[in-house]
Design a protein around this ligand. Structure first.
Ligand code: CTP
Length: 413
């Protein structure tokens, strides 16, 4: 067996640890050497003996093991891996990774490695949805860590459903093989492999003069999370973003724009695509004429009225395109009243396939916040999603998109 494709599998504590055994078998079947590290928690669920029988190697458990430190050691473990996979990854190990902790062998190796890291989270849905976990996930994604899952499903605890179930061993193996073959940024997950997605995000800003502008309120959190989720499922993603303060999602091609007209041009340039998600808060109007120089007060107290003209509607323009319309076109409807009725009207008027309707009225906390409550509206009906984080909305949407595109491909065959 060649040592070059060596996966270092870190098993942390969780009931999903038994699935790691299956992942090891599948990787070895594919000619990949696997070395395993188990945290103390992991050993409550499966034994190092069972793991070692499958890897065919010693299983590492201690940071300060006299023998290992002389023999292998955490730095060597970190260096010899082509890829580090954490499966299952608990909320705790992700928090430690995000904080740069290194108080046991697993975390020390994660801090010392320069190889790509793939994380397969597994936890109770409430723990996954907790803002602290979501914050850690966002930080790790920013550090270049790749994620696979979690998936939605019934949890081991009776009656609990939601996001938190670990991705299936074969999905983890596929993502791992992909990262070994292409260590940088080409999409870890598989559900949307070979698909192209275009996402708009953030506000647009419309110049009044060189120092002033009109804009919409938008943090870009939802649109950026959608771009990241689609990329995590293997799609090639072009994100067209207005000015935001959050950072570019990893593994995504980002085109930075300012005005609605620039955004439309960048979207058209990025097409064709299998799916487009228009999450940007596009300014509906722009000053009829942007002044070249700064508009000065003349001391009279009189203010020139601002003449506005309507901006192009990007979603509607793409919806009408004969040749460039994506297979699946998705918009948002930000409403403060009559949510479903207004969203349905937008679905029709703009020629979209789905509209994600969200209530952005004061007190909803959606604007700038980490949570969102959306309803997915299509020609066939309305599906109300429970309140969840924007990252979860994005993950769920990416899964729905993958299902819809797979369904269409089958229908076309
Ligand atoms: N949108 C767009 N171009 C515009 C305005 C909106 O592409 N010039 C897109 C948004 O990205 C979103 C959808 O259209 O996907 C609906 O945006 P929203 O702000 O809710 O609605 P508007 O069309 O602006 O309508 P209104 O302001 O009347 O509610």
């Amino acid at each position: 067996m060649s040592g070059e494709h060596r996966v270092l599998l870190i098993i942390s504590g969780g009931i999903a640890a038994y699935k790691a055994l299956e992942a090891i078998r599948r990787l070895r079947e594919r000619g990949v050497a696997v070395r395993a590290i188990m945290t103390r928690g992991a050993q409550e669920f499966v034994t190092p003996l069972a793991v070692g029988a499958l890897t065919g190697e010693k299983v590492f458990t201690e940071l300060f093991d006299r023998e290992d430190e002389q023999d292998v050691g955490h730095v060597r473990l970190a260096r010899e891996a082509a890829l580090v996979v954490v499966a299952p990854a608990t909320a705790d190990i992700m928090a430690k990774m995000a904080g740069g902790h290194a108080d046991d062998l697993a975390t020390a190796v994660l801090l010392a490695t320069r190889s790509p890291i793939l994380v397969a989270p597994a936890m109770n849905p409430a723990m996954w949805a907790h803002p602290a976990t979501q914050r850690n996930v966002a930080m790790l994604a920013e550090d270049g860590v790749r994620f696979i899952g979690p998936r939605r499903g019934e949890m081991a605890e009776a009656g609990e459903a939601g996001f938190g179930r670990m991705a299936e061993p074969l999905e983890i193996v596929a993502a791992a093989l992909d990262l070994i073959a292409a260590p940088v940024a080409e999409g870890g997950g598989r559900l949307l492999a070979s698909r192209h997605a275009v996402v708009t995000s953030g506000p647009t800003v419309e110049a009044v003069d060189p120092v002033r502008y009109l804009a919409n309120r938008s943090s870009g959190k939802q649109g950026h999370a959608i771009a990241a989720a689609l990329a995590a499922e293997g799609a090639a993603v072009t994100l067209v973003s207005g000015p935001v303060t959050i950072s570019d999602p990893p593994g995504v091609r980002v085109v930075h724009v300012e005005s609605a007209r620039d955004m439309l041009a960048a979207v058209e340039e990025a097409l064709p695509a299998d799916v487009a998600v228009m999450a940007a808060a596009v300014a509906d109007w722009r000053p009829a004429k942007a002044s070249r120089g700064k508009i000065k007060k003349d001391g009279s107290g009189k203010v020139e009225p601002l003449q506005l003209v309507e901006n192009p509607d990007i979603l509607a323009t793409i919806g009408r395109h004969r040749t460039l319309r994506p297979t699946l076109l998705i918009g948002f409807a930000a409403e403060t009243s009559d949510l479903i009725r207004n969203a349905r009207a937008k679905l029709k008027a703009k020629g979209a396939d789905w509209i994600l309707a969200n209530d952005v009225s004061e007190g909803s906390g959606v604007m700038g916040g980490d949570d969102n409550t959306v309803s997915l509206i299509s020609a066939t009906g309305v599906e109300a999603w429970p309140r969840m984080t924007k990252v979860e909305v994005a993950t769920r949407l990416a899964e729905r998109i993958a299902e819809a595109l797979a369904g269409q491909s089958e229908a076309a065959e």
